[in-house]
Design a binder for this molecule. Structure first.
Ligand code: PHE
Length: 453
């Protein structure tokens, strides 16, 4: 490690890899639009007062999420290193590097279990298209439990790792950028087809009402924390992802405009996802369930009753699979970029090794959902739940704090790199110095000591 820092301070990238301007926006939207948008956002919106929560989410996104997003990308482009070395490159302080390194660990852990869920969507795509999910009187809960408890999830998890590893190994412009340029427009087309289908179902309005009817009485202090926590997760913040992508952005590109485009993209996709999910579920008299239950149980049940349901159900799971894959490559890129600069591994070697280790780490997570390890509890949580809890509620907020404090206090030239002056610079700094750290701290403490939001 010493050796590498003496050749290039903090180990910046030797051969400059760069995104094109539009490639970067698409890749960043691909990262932010993931499984979180496709079912968590619609559900929490319905649960916390519909349009009232939607407004609150927009406020959190604009007031805290976007400033932190801009900070992450700015550190990456200014430091031109990985999630750890960029912080060192900008200040020469090795403690910041170690704080940054924490987010590499976070990404590593997220990748291990995110790939498991992504793998489920592959199986459900196949099953939908081949009619395997539309038997009469099918028990969707039992079906999911059987599937998740078997060995197929490990096979699909391997497939996700192989695909993401391959894309990342191909590099920034030839791999990640190309992948997103193909998938994201396709994603939008499928999304719109499904939206039209679901909004024209009989009784669709009940679903729209559940999702969007403003009910300010349902808003409470917890809603604020939920909205804030989700703004972070949804924008892929706090784990070095946008920082790493930022390190491949050209100097000429406006990071301010990119921030707005990514924010609109993330919000727009989540909104349309809600307009697909709830009208479909309500139209068939089903109840919107949480997380796994909604996507893998309630929705297949609804599609099985719909004319051409195999086709529409297949499209829906293809959508989930794309959302998951474009996020997975961005997560994998964080430890891969780290290994490349830290240990001077080639991109291909780093991608192969990191993906393999994540695969092995993800096996206990895959087996602990309903499989052989589901009874193995550590402090009342399964291995899968631990991966989720420790990253979303602990490591990601800490990563977010590191970014805000670093940009707000430690690095003096952030405004210049971000292209902000005057009012916008001041507002950005107030957010990064006071508002965001305070709110993140509240979310962190609440999740740890009261209940995970
Ligand atoms: N933003 C993604 C989602 O909404 C999840 C994610 C988190 C992706 C962190 C990358 C990094 O599902």
């Amino acid at each position: 490690m010493r050796k590498s820092s003496s050749n290039s301070p903090g180990g910046s990238l030797k051969k400059a890899e760069r995104f094109s301007s539009s490639g970067f926006i698409l890749a960043a939207i691909g990262s932010s639009v993931g499984l979180g948008n496709m079912w968590k956002f619609p559900y929490i919106t319905g649960e916390h007062g519909g349009a009232a929560f939607f407004l609150l989410f927009i406020v959190c996104l604009i007031a805290v999420g976007l400033p932190v997003l801009l900070a992450e990308m700015t550190i990456g482009r200014g430091g031109r290193g990985n999630a750890a070395t960029s912080l060192f490159n900008l200040t020469g302080n090795k403690y910041w590097k170690w704080f940054g390194a924490l987010s590499v660990l976070t990404a590593f852990l997220i990748m291990s279990y995110y790939a498991v869920v992504a793998g489920w969507t592959f199986q459900y795509t196949l099953d939908s298209l081949t009619g395997g999910l539309s038997h009469k009187g099918m028990d969707y809960e039992a079906h999911f439990n059987d599937f998740a408890g078997g060995l197929m999830p490990i096979f699909w998890q391997a497939a996700v790792m192989l695909i993401s590893g391959y894309v990342v190994a191909r590099g920034i412009s030839g791999g990640i950028e190309k992948f997103n340029k193909i998938l994201i427009p396709g994603f939008l087309i499928i999304l719109l087809i499904l939206m039209v289908r679901s909004l024209t179902l009989p009784g669709a309005s009940a679903g729209v009402e559940f999702f969007l009817k403003p009910d300010f009485a349902k808003l409470d202090s917890e809603s604020v924390l939920v909205a804030l926590g989700h703004a972070f997760f949804s924008l892929s913040l706090g784990m070095g992802c946008m920082l790493t992508y930022g390190s491949y952005v050209k100097k000429e590109q406006s990071l301010g405009k990119a921030t707005i485009a990514i924010g609109i993209g993330d919000l727009g996709y989540a909104f349309i996802a809600g307009l697909i999910i709830f009208p479909t579920v309500f139209s068939y008299g089903l109840q919107p369930d949480k997380g796994v239950g909604l996507a893998f149980m309630a929705l297949p049940a609804a599609f099985s009753q719909m004319p051409f349901g195999a086709f529409f159900g297949g499209l829906f799971f293809i959508l989930l699979a794309i959302a998951a894959l474009t996020s997975a490559v961005s997560i994998l890129e964080v430890p891969v970029a780290f290994a490349m600069t830290q240990w001077k591994w080639s991109r291909r070697k780093a991608a192969a090794i990191v993906a393999s280790v994540c695969f092995v780490l993800g096996i206990p997570a895959a087996l602990s959902v309903t499989g052989s390890l589901s009874g193995f509890l550590i402090f009342g949580k399964t291995v899968f739940d631990w991966f989720d809890f420790s990253t979303a509620y602990l490591l990601m907020p800490i990563g977010g704090l590191v970014v805000t404090l670093f940009t707000g206090y430690a690095w003096k030239r952030a405004g210049e790199e971000a292209g902000l002056t005057g009012f916008w610079y001041k507002a950005w700094m107030v957010t990064l110095r006071y508002v965001a750290p305070l709110l993140i701290l509240v979310v962190l403490l609440y999740s740890l000591f009261v209940k995970p939001v």
